[in-house]
Write a protein that binds this ligand. Structure first.
Ligand code: GAF
Length: 383
């Protein structure tokens, strides 16, 4: 976690509002494997990271509330009694959405001011949005003694995303951001919303992210379309969610669905199994198996679920061609953002440099390489 980030929001808060704020850090996340399985009630394997959102928040004694996005130098005042979704794509929807969901639970929020700043680039697929939502709900819970549990808070964050942002996301991002444990990844069962921590020490290997620095449009609608397709197939199968199906079940309705949707459902069933197998591979310290599951996951996301893009595929192909990379795949919703790579520590820097040159030559654009630490979930920073 960057102390500069914390100092920046604190200084901006004090300069603007002349009082001492509560400080919160809410992390983004990575996901080792289990992509697009969360809204199918399946398994995912995320971890909170040391990048995210720092927020300074305090009650206001005026009759308006203020939110100040420091990265964008954008500040808005609003009336808590007149909240409605703002223009699609605008950052204030994350804040408004959370407040509106808290109000829906008949909890009373008073006027407040919040200043926040993040160090996750937008569109990186590392869930800066869940980090922001969680920082707001966590801060308001603290300020107004709302008595919300962490589980209630993440459901509020998720609903904010559904109703105000317009993305029918699963629970993975909000969960990982809220419940992260230092040095651990969490095997999360998205049906029970309970997880098992796995201490991650890959010895001579490490995780490395490469950001394509692209975010293709239509990703939100494509996301919602995929979710709807999965739900309709589950309905056809007479089950609650695709997590309850196996490949043989799917075979029985093959002629009732389009070949495209069949492949999507097959991907979800297979990816769910891969997430569980990955946890066993980690338990057995079998990084070759873990790596090959990660490559297979990308294969499925690219060809079956069809949420990848040229830039991501290019990065994964480079990883495949490098014997020091055991596994690589796109991470998050898709259509841009980062790849996650399991790479030999001694070769990570050289791999990052080689990829950067090749990517620039191919797309005339820079990619970015991140080495992340697995970190604690949303928490208060004591001054
Ligand atoms: C996005 C969503 F927000 C998550 O809920 C999850 O579905 C992910 O895409 C894909 O695994 O990050």
């Amino acid at each position: 976690m960057s102390t500069t980030l914390i100092n920046d929001v604190k200084t901006a808060y004090i300069n603007t509002f002349k009082t001492e704020p509560i400080l919160i850090f809410s992390p983004g996340r990575i996901n080792i494997i289990g992509e697009h399985t969360d809204y199918n009630d399946g398994f995912v394997f995320p971890a909170a990271v040391d990048k995210g959102i720092a927020a300074a928040i305090q009650k206001s004694d005026t009759n308006v509330s203020t939110a100040y996005a420091l990265n964008k130098n954008s500040r808005i005042e609003f009336d808590l009694d007149k909240l409605k979704p703002s223009t699609k794509g605008s950052w204030e929807n994350y804040v408004f959405g959370v407040i509106a969901q808290i109000q829906n639970k008949n909890k009373v929020v008073g006027n407040f001011n919040i200043v926040f700043k993040g160090d996750i680039p937008g569109g990186a697929g590392m869930s800066s949005s869940a980090a922001l939502e969680n920082s707001v709900v966590f801060g308001l819970n603290e300020l107004f003694n709302l008595g919300l549990t962490k589980h209630e808070m993440i459901l509020i964050s998720q609903k904010a995303e559904h109703n105000y942002v317009g993305v029918k996301c699963g629970i993975m991002d909000q969960y990982a951001s809220m419940f992260g444990i230092k040095d651990n990844a969490l095997l999360l069962d998205c049906r029970t919303v309970e997880s098992n921590p796995y201490k991650i020490d890959f010895k001579n290997h490490q995780l490395m992210l490469i950001n394509t620095n692209v975010k293709h449009s239509l990703s939100d609608s494509a996301y919602n379309d995929r979710r709807a397709a999965c739900e309709s197939i589950a309905e056809l199968l007479g089950i609650k969610a695709l997590r309850d199906a196996n490949e043989a079940d799917l075979e029985t309705i093959k002629d009732k669905v389009t070949p495209e949707n069949y492949q999507k459902a097959l991907y979800v069933i297979q990816e769910n199994n891969r997430a569980i197998e990955a946890s066993k591979a980690i338990e057995n310290n079998d990084l070759d198996t873990l790596g090959s599951l990660i490559f297979k996951s990308h294969q499925g996301l690219q060809h079956q679920y069809k949420v990848s893009c040229d830039e991501l595929d290019f990065l994964v192909d480079l990883a495949k061609a490098n014997t020091h990379v055991l596994g690589a795949r796109m991470m998050g919703g898709g259509f841009g953002g980062c790849t996650i790579n399991l790479v030999a520590k001694s070769e990570a820097k050289a791999f990052g440099e080689a990829v950067s040159v090749a990517y620039k030559n191919k797309f005339n654009k820079a990619c970015s390489v991140y080495f992340i630490k697995l970190s604690e979930g949303t928490h208060i920073i004591n001054n």
